[in-house]
Design a protein around this ligand. Sequence first.
Ligand code: RNT
Ligand code: ZN
Length: 416
Amino acid sequence: MKQLQKAYEIAAERYAATGVDTEKALEQLRQLSLSLHCWQADDVTGFERPDGTLSGGIQATGNYPGKARNAEELRADIIRVKSLLPGSHRLSLHEIYGDFGGKFVDRDEVEPAHFAGWMEWAREHGLKLDFNSTSFSHPKSGDLTLAHPDRSIREFWVEHTRRCRVIAEEMGKAQGDPCMMNLWVHDGSKDATVNRYLYRTLLRDSLDRIFADSLPHMRDCIEAKLFGIGLESYTVGSYDFYLGYGVSKGKIVTLDTGHFHLTESVADKISAVLLFVPEIMLHVSRPIRWDSDHVVIMNDDILELAHEIVRANALSRVRVGLDYFDASINRVGAYVIGARATQKCFLRALLEPLETLRAYEGKGQYFERLALLEEAKALPWNAVWDMFCEREGVPVGDAFIASVQQYERDVTSKRT
Ligand code: RNT
Ligand code: ZN
């Protein structure tokens, strides 16, 4: 403790010299809740069918032992993860994670009652819930759902998504805080299509019907992407499509960091998009060559994203959800690495000597601006991070590794 305290005091002094208040940064970081994705625990399988396989252009690769096989196991994993993260966080559920009691409940039959157990559990553990409709991994998923030219298939998915909004509304009401409901559908085409306009018209019309009722305790978020596996040539819900929809209807746009061309900057979108939509939902992920959903680490992409949010003074208008699924390593560990990396990126952004940088920029002192940006990278942010963990009563530094290993020995290694 003494060393940690000393290191923090030295760091605080150095930051103060650049005009940054570390205590203020820590307070802001404490307020930043991540929306933890439930699906890293079980490779996006869910509990709808015993033999559920993942479809919809997304894929989890690896077969590391110990994935959660039911709600009880998933809840236990999340509780362990939570104990290793500073701050207080939310949990994002997909519809296929309902408590279906061993009975098959089709997507157009799902009800808030199927999530009563989750709501009770969440309340007990001080977690707030977010929600997602699920278009994938179903016999009616195919290549098209909400944009399907067959009216009955489209109806099925409209009904599903409307029901999901009602579930989100109940969650929001129960927790006294709006539930963010994310809508992503994989609709697209493997090869050249001559019906781009038709499918997008159908998707727009389906969305209009889904969003017809205004529900005060939930918020709609709409997520675009570039392409899916097996759906490489065309995505109905492209970025342009959802940005247009979101701007015209006042919906929250979800930016998944894996859903753009790899040289496109998601960070640069923050200040543009926030001028025209109420809020942004992030899906923090790590694409390697494609939308591979690797575990998030502190890389330039996420650092730049966090910096842009802080520079835009937009922490209150950006929701930070995680979205990755690596089945090749310890899954509880994967959560902790990605969540802590995201928090560290935000901490570094909060510690940026912004006033000084802006003063330089205002006076056209671009050498000085660049020099300080470079120096800022090496300021002792890690001592501030350690202090954050210490104060929050969670393992400091790599001490969380032992806790994940212990949990593996006691719990996940016994799941066969
Ligand atoms: C898929 C989207 C979507 C999913 C989750 C499971 O490319 O990113 O957000 O990852 O809904
Ligand atoms: Zn996503």
